[in-house]
Design a protein around this ligand. Sequence first.
Ligand code: PRP
Length: 224
Amino acid sequence: MQGARKMQNVHESQHPLIKHKLTRLRDPQTHPVEFRELVEEIATLLAYEATQDIRTTPVRVPTPLNVEAEGVEIADRIGLVPILRAGLGMVSAFLNLMPIAQVWHLGLYRDEETLAPVAYYNKLPPRATVDVAIILDPMLATGGSASAAATVLKEWGVPRIKFVGLLAAPEGIAHLHTEHPDVSIYVAHIDDHLTPEPQRPDDPPRGFIVPGLGDAGDRLFGTG
Ligand code: PRP
């Protein structure tokens, strides 16, 4: 689905460092320790790409030369919204770059039969406390989880929403983009397709990104 790359608001990284690290991430021989490090490193680079338009206010700062320089301070209140579980692997990378960001967790898992997202954790207060929400989830497969998260954040009253992930299927991009065309999508790579219904016992389950990297949550937390 070539179209996913051409959609407005969809950003697929072209950076060689991200491509190199993603290659290591895909390899099933990559140990969970290195896998976690790579997720964090790629998330750091994607955070840089995804925050280029956050708002700033001008400030003046003294310098050691006894003069003042023009500077800026981040003006947007930023909310990081990791989707449990795998989104947790991306939080520290973002927090290192923007330590005053708020972190609001959303618990969503995919029903194995229907692949529909099932919400199980949400402690958002009644009114939105952020100007920009950045949904974090390594995988955008069918797009159901990300789209459900965006719906929750809009109902909460967040004016601007971004999604940052490592791998996306074209189907997931199309789903999220159709339901939330205003949500900017930043991913390290858009893969080929999703796995169909398994035909043989050793086929992977339905709805996995191909070629993909397996189950990001399991590989991050050593539960595969
Ligand atoms: C994975 C992944 C996303 C979701 C993507 O989580 O981390 O949250 O599936 O699939 P979708 O785009 O089709 O909704 P999973 O449901 O395996 O839960 P986990 O992180 O708790 O393992």
